[in-house]
Design a protein around this ligand. Structure first.
Ligand code: UD1
Ligand code: UDP
Length: 387
């Protein structure tokens, strides 16, 4: 009989949970071959818990490390110490980490110290600038250096890994699991629980959906963005802004100072994933510094203006649905105004495109693990755009 393997997923923030949920659910489909264990660091607390609830995931271990105003040192040391104990007890065959957060890197490093194999989901994304995004670019590079299996979402990401000398046999091009999650979540009949969101006049108003949270944008860069949004809202009477504000107090303070008390700017708490994805579906335009939203919006046909100077996700920029505009006030104002006034440009950017996945990424990842451990002879196919 073939030996059953123990696969531990480790994640801690909202986007990791959204993108790991399809993998956790897929691992559960093979009870004869896989013992799945879920460990959350809870680097995020409420923003993580809503995702666990939506996908009905009950963690086996919860390190509960979040503290208000936590530093990178706090997150790294608390996650490492907590993971040390869980790894010593469970001795998994492989640990799966996702993306580029501090939980990701701590998960990879702790596994390495235990001489445990690591699988990196969403591997190979690069801006080639170690301070942008900070600290994510370094987190994913260091995780890539440790990982034994690399699940690259796209061909571009796979090529980045190959050029760093990673053995191509260890790289699987899977698509991004965020598209799997999105497929399970967006629904044209969706109704918001929130009266505020349900009562917005989506037919006659153009909704700009905004999110900001990147560490390198905290403070003045974010303030410039909010001032530009204020200029826009004063000029366009048919535009309303919906802004689910990240829980980070450093974000909340500046948002409230610049955009608080304006009737057509709806500052709300972070939304649960289901209402958020469905709100994106109804929005006219998205302004964000998020990574995940850059992947989701193109598959919903929504133009995205990215409030950053670099991106590790060049595919949708090349396809023309995403534009990098930085955080400078005049530029943010001009680019937003352009999309609100030039119908042709808007239509050109609003084309639906799916460079990031086809909804089968989690299936490919789990097949690749089974194949790697000799539990299946079937090697997964690669994700190819447009197939
Ligand atoms: C983290 C990740 C970032 C990822 C982002 C997704 C790192 C260093 N950063 O950034 O890569 O893009 O998550 O959102 O790993 N807070 C709460 N409740 C929550 C979550 C956060 O109150 O549920 C507040 C806390 O005060 C916390 C602060 O937000 O100290 C910042 O959280 P942190 O995880 O340090 O950084 P993020 O900016 O969320
Ligand atoms: N998201 C959410 N509620 C919100 C804002 C975002 O559920 O109020 C989702 C979004 O759909 C995407 C993910 O959170 O899947 C992105 O997370 P975030 O922007 O915090 O992190 P990043 O992707 O930049 O790491």
């Amino acid at each position: 009989m073939k030996k059953k393997i123990k696969v531990m997923t480790v994640f801690g923030t909202r986007p990791e949970a959204i993108k790991m949920a399809p993998v956790v659910l897929e691992l559960e489909k093979y009870p004869d071959l896989i013992t799945p264990i879920v460990t959350v660091t809870a680097q995020h607390r409420d923003m993580l818990d809503q995702v666990l609830h939506l996908f009905k995931i009950k963690p086996d271990y919860d390190l509960n490390i979040m503290a208000q105003g936590q530093t990178l040192f706090d997150i790294t040391t608390k996650a490492m110490n907590g993971l040390d104990k869980v790894l010593a007890k469970e001795k998994p065959d492989i640990v799966l980490v996702h993306g580029d957060t501090t939980t990701t890197f701590a998960g990879a490093l702790a596994s390495y110290y235990h001489e445990t194999a690591v699988g990196h989901v969403e591997a190979g994304l690069r801006t080639f600038n170690k301070y942008s995004p900070f600290p994510e670019e370094m987190n994913r590079k260091l995780t890539g250096a440790i990982a034994d299996l690399h699940f690259a979402p796209t061909e571009t990401a796979s090529n980045n890994l190959k050029s760093e000398g990673i053995n191509p046999v260890k790289i699987f091009v899977t698509g991004n699991t965020v598209i799997d999650a999105l497929h399970k979540t967006v629904n044209s009949d969706f109704k918001f629980d929130s009266e505020k969101l349900e009562n917005i006049d989506y037919k006659n108003k153009r909704i700009i959906l905004v999110t900001t949270h990147r560490r390198e944008n905290l403070g003045e860069p974010m303030r410039h963005v909010y001032k530009a949004l204020k200029d826009i809202i004063e000029e366009f009477s048919d535009v309303e802004i919906v802004f689910p504000v990240h829980k980070n107090p450093k974000v909340r303070e500046v948002v409230n100072e610049e955009l608080g008390g304006i009737e057509t700017v709806h500052l709300i708490d972070p939304l649960d994933y289901e209402p958020f994805a469905n709100l994106m579906h109804r929005a006219y335009l998205v302004l964000t510094d998020s990574g995940g939203i850059q992947e989701e919006a193109p598959s919903l046909g929504k133009p995205v203006l990215v409030l950053r100077d670099t991106t590790e996700r060049p595919e949708a920029v090349q396809a023309g649905t995403v534009k990098l505009i930085g955080t400078e006030r005049e530029r943010v104002y001009e680019e937003t105004k352009y999309l609100l006034t030039d119908h042709e440009e808007y239509q050109r950017m609003a084309n639906t495109c799916n460079p990031y996945g086809d909804g089968k990424a989690a299936e490919r990842i789990v097949k690749a693990i089974l194949y790697h451990y000799g539990l299946s002879e079937e090697k997964p196919d690669s994700f190819v755009v447009g197939e």
